[in-house]
Write a protein that binds this ligand. Sequence first.
Ligand code: ZN
Length: 259
Amino acid sequence: MALKLEADAEKPLRILVIVAHPDDIEFGAAGSVARWTDHGATVIYCIVTDGAAGSNDPNVNLADLVVQRQREQREAARIVGVEDVRFLGFADGTLEPTLDLRRQLTRVIRATKPDRVVIMDPTTILVENDQSDYINHPDHRASGEAALYAVFPSAETRPIFPELLSEGLEPHHVTELYLALTTKPNTAVDVTPYADRKIQALLQHRSQLDESVVDLVRGWDKATGHEAGVEYAEVFRVLRFPVNVPGIIQPEADEPMPT
Ligand SMILES: [Zn+2]
């Protein structure tokens, strides 16, 4: 599939990014987030797990690690213009795409009413590339599958999760879905002006990585950029659902993001 460069949005978008772990966004999407916020978007991060599996050191206090990783994620978010970071607190490493997770993600979607939702591609199992092949983390797939079905059908279908209606959360139709960490990208985002901010954001995750990761990530984005005809790019598989569903009132573009 040919890669198309993303055109900047004509109105200020609301964007919700759902990932499994603190640092997932910084590897694959933080440059795009910087571009989107720079063009007026309000972006919210939803991190599904607590990040407590982020250390193999037997002496690490895991409760402290969770707090540290949340702080690192908030700092990374701020660098690319994101102030609202939500943590669902599921156990890191053993995530499953349960109905409970789907309900919680549906709650976040209905509460924040995003135009665009960014998730991890649940169909990615094996990734092959020049430097090193890898097995996609099952938490990534589980968060992606639950988020996919939260976007459709749960967020926009009134009778699903009726308990959310009693919380005042009306159905919401998402018009754009961006799949990150995908093996079938169709859209590249030019992150050339944001490449340094992306790296700065990534390096906030001090509990997980150090400067040695910089060349790797820059290398990925440069190779992707080459394919897209720019210096640095991030890629997504983008699906659009512009047709609204009867019975759903979309928020106005200038309506403030609910909290
Ligand atoms: Zn991860």
